[in-house]
Ligand binder design. Structure first.
Ligand code: GDP
Length: 482
């Protein structure tokens, strides 16, 4: 019957087409089973294979995660044997440690999680005070938080210790060793962030993965969405294609699986949505990230945003004067959510649409949840506001985002939206074209390898060698999945 098919539909929506398992305690994470009420049903379905990989991962995490017997046993063992402990039980770990702002952290956690799934490692995250209480626990009946120093007796910081084994050091030793059997550490530190170092390019190639495979604990410092590099190497290609027949959906699925806002953050999201967005016929999110405030003025950037939005029919043009006719009953309402550190953007747009009528007669409401003025490091409250706004943006129908901003990447891929990307301005002048629609909703990987696994330079036209990859429209050194 109709009602039963609509209730199965609702059931599927609630569990995001099988992405999230049932069985979580509802009260401790309201967003997990409520967010579907606020978001349009995603046209992108997770593959059955991805779902089975997630369920298997959850089993592994439950078995090897913090506070389990297997976990304790492994840590004691590794602490007493510092190298070549390849024979111990089946629990291996990757510890994610933070770098940079919240958007960077979210995209890099997602990439690390995918790597953990591909390599049968347990993902542990090091959240310091500034990230406490942002997200719900993602794995049923377990925790992803890195335990304290007593339970995790290895340093996670690069503090100049002598016995600090890094990926670069080990790779160097390996090259010098001429493929003789190598002494591998039980804990290895790895960085995937913006650096001049070129060794990392071989990270996803077979030989590196073969060595890394034997190291029980990897400690990763990354601010990058390095997923495209996993697709580039031969090690994981086949598995990834099975998990993601549609390559553009990697973050869309993993992000919606991992990042449920805690009750503390969900409350404001829900209330803001209900107060300012729910009734709109169309919800438009505009994310304005200004990396170099001295290069272009707020005024110029406001003009860029408006030109982009009006040219592409996201927002209506202004009419010369008000219409003589009396207002129609059901005028279209468009709500614009502005996210920016600066109050000027919301204010300017709001004032313009209040002072001038629109040619279409549409009513435009403009709302900006916060204006923090500066990026603050180590600030829990700012992170909560940032997550609130990324999430609210992801609930919109159309997005206008800023070049190079991971804050925008998170919003677009959670929401399943190909955003209109504002070009980065070079000076205080407007370019001919203010923005372009992105080729996919995936985040951009800013520092992809320059060489492939055969050590051949990768072409500027990256799609030649990797058909499901393109250069990013906002940064032509970067690559993204399409
Ligand atoms: P990216 O630097 O644009 O790639 O984004 P990140 O999220 O990594 O770093 C920017 C940080 O600055 C955010 O995490 C916030 O703390 C702050 N921030 C930047 N833009 C906004 C904004 O629109 N709203 C809020 N609330 N915070 C912002």
């Amino acid at each position: 019957t109709n009602s039963s098919s609509s209730s199965t539909r609702n059931h599927a929506d609630k569990f995001l087409d099988g992405l999230i398992p049932s069985g979580f305690n509802k009260g401790s994470c309201l967003s997990r089973y409520q967010s579907y009420l606020y978001r349009k049903v995603s046209p992108y379905k997770p593959s059955p294979y991805l779902i089975s990989k997630l369920r298997n991962y959850e089993d592994l995490h439950r078995r090897c995660g913090p506070h389990t017997r297997a976990y304790k046993r492994t840590m004691v063992h590794l602490n007493s044997f510092k190298s070549n402990v390849t024979t111990i039980g089946s629990c291996k770990y990757i510890v994610w440690t933070p770098a940079n702002g919240l958007g960077n952290r979210i995209v890099s956690i997602a990439a690390t999680f995918l790597y953990a799934i591909l390599t049968d490692r347990v993902l542990l995250v090091k959240f310091q005070d500034d990230m406490v209480g942002l997200f719900c626990e993602p794995f049923l009946n377990s925790s992803w938080l890195l335990p304290n120093a007593k339970e995790f007796p290895f340093s996670t910081d690069d503090n100049g210790k002598k016995d600090f084994e890094t990926y670069d050091i080990v790779m160097k030793r390996d090259r010098e060793n001429n493929s003789k059997e190598l002494l591998l550490p039980s804990v290895m530190h790895l960085k995937i962030e913006h650096t001049d170092d070129e060794h990392e390019m071989f990270f996803s190639c077979d030989h590196s993965q073969h060595l890394l495979h034997k190291v029980p604990i990897l400690i990763l410092r990354s601010d990058q969405y390095f997923v495209p590099s996993l697709f580039m190497g031969p090690s994981f290609g086949q598995e990834l294609r099975k998990m993601f027949p549609n390559k553009e959906t990697v973050f869309h699925h993993l992000g919606r699986y991992l990042f449920f806002p805690s009750n503390d953050v969900w409350g404001p999201i829900k209330r803001f949505y209900q107060a300012y967005l729910a009734k709109a016929d169309e919800k438009i999110g505009i994310q304005v990230r200004v990396f170099y405030p001295n290069i272009s003025s707020h005024q110029t950037i406001t003009k860029q945003i408006l030109t982009c939005a009006q040219k592409n029919k996201i927002l209506p043009n202004f009419a010369a004067k008000d219409s003589k006719e009396s207002p129609r009953k059901n005028q279209t309402l468009k709500s614009v959510l502005v996210a920016s550190l600066y109050r000027e953007y919301g204010e300017n747009l709001r004032t313009m649409y209040l002072n001038k009528p629109s040619v279409t007669g549409e009513i435009i409401g403009v709302y900006q949840p916060s204006h923090e003025e500066h990026q603050k490091f180590g600030d829990n409250l700012q992170n909560k506001k940032a997550l609130t706004e990324m999430y609210l943006l992801s609930l919109c129908d159309v997005l206008v985002t800023s070049s190079l901003s991971t804050f925008g990447y998170v919003a677009q891929s959670l929401g399943g939206i190909k955003p209109w990307v504002l070009y980065k301005l070079q000076d205080n002048n407007l370019p001919d074209s203010p923005c372009v629609q992105d080729v996919s909703m995936e985040p951009c990987y800013h520092i992809p390898p320059k060489l492939d696994c055969m050590e051949k330079p990768i072409d500027d036209d990256v799609g030649k060698a990797f058909p499901y990859m393109r250069r990013c429209v906002d940064y032509n050194l970067g690559v993204k999945l399409v």
